[in-house]
Design a protein around this ligand. Structure first.
Ligand SMILES: [Zn+2]
Ligand SMILES: [Zn+2]
Length: 251
């Protein structure tokens, strides 16, 4: 089988995330990713996927693949990236995530705006939910729910000292079936090998966790696949396809 290299950044926030820059519109994100030679991105906002469909639509004619994703916060305050293949699946998943968010209204002055936009960067609505809060899911339940809805569960930035499974648990519990571990742009491969070597049975990816346009592609993962699809990435995370890290920005 002939495999082709696809460069992926599977952790990019849009202007729907309260902590992301307002110019992180799907259109600009896709332009920035294409400029950097990225083939696949996952749009992964906090506890919501309301900008995913427009991002997928914008990408359709452009030769770049957008996977709908969401960075969900467990009740222990650990972040998990849930990656899906279709908007239908992530929309169903989003419904249950919304039911598991605390009631309340986002204080935009304190937390930042949560913008849902169209392909012309026009604001369609302000999401008022508490998207930055923790959900009521335990980490174990969250990963199970992601799988039940057909998604892949990637432990976010395990090298970070906050909002990660390592920071909140001190280790990766064996009964939590992550499909992959993500290491942030802060940690190079050698260092990750030294610190997290005992978790080598998982696949490792690295991504930008971009909150600004300039962050996109500061870290990427190369996947050697038949085609740039969710199914192929799933195979890669199972160890059936080669994965390589790119420590620097793609040139
Ligand atoms: Zn995070
Ligand atoms: Zn993030």
């Amino acid at each position: 089988m002939n495999y082709k290299k696809f460069i992926a950044d599977l952790h990019v926030h849009t202007c729907l995330s309260p902590c992301a820059e307002l110019d992180m519109t799907p259109r600009r994100i896709i332009d920035a990713a294409m400029e950097k030679g990225i083939d696949i991105i996952a749009v992964s906002d906090h506890n919501s996927a309301e900008n995913a469909e427009i991002a997928m639509r914008i990408a359709e004619d452009k030769g770049i693949t957008v996977l709908p994703a969401m960075e969900v916060t467990s009740c222990e305050e650990a972040h998990v990236i849930a990656v899906f293949d279709t908007i239908e699946k992530i929309s169903a998943f989003q419904e249950i995530v919304y039911k598991n968010l605390p009631d309340g209204i986002n204080d935009e002055r304190l937390r930042g705006y949560q913008l849902v936009v169209n392909e012309k960067d026009e604001i369609l609505s302000f999401n008022k939910r508490l998207l930055f809060n923790a959900t009521f899911f335990s980490l174990k339940d969250l990963v199970d729910v992601i799988h039940n809805y057909g998604g892949l569960a990637v432990a976010s930035h395990i090298d970070r000292e906050f909002f990660s499974v390592m920071s909140q648990f001190g280790f990766i519990p064996e009964d939590i079936r992550f499909d992959a571990l993500e290491i942030s742009y802060n940690t190079k491969k050698d260092r990750a090998d030294a610190v997290f070597g005992r978790y080598r049975s998982y696949s490792w990816i690295t991504s930008s966790d971009a909150h600004h346009l300039g962050d996109i592609g500061r870290r990427t993962t190369s996947f050697f696949l038949e085609r740039p699809s969710f199914e192929e990435i799933k195979r890669a995370l199972k160890g059936e396809r080669r994965i390589e890290w790119n420590d620097g920005v793609v040139d």
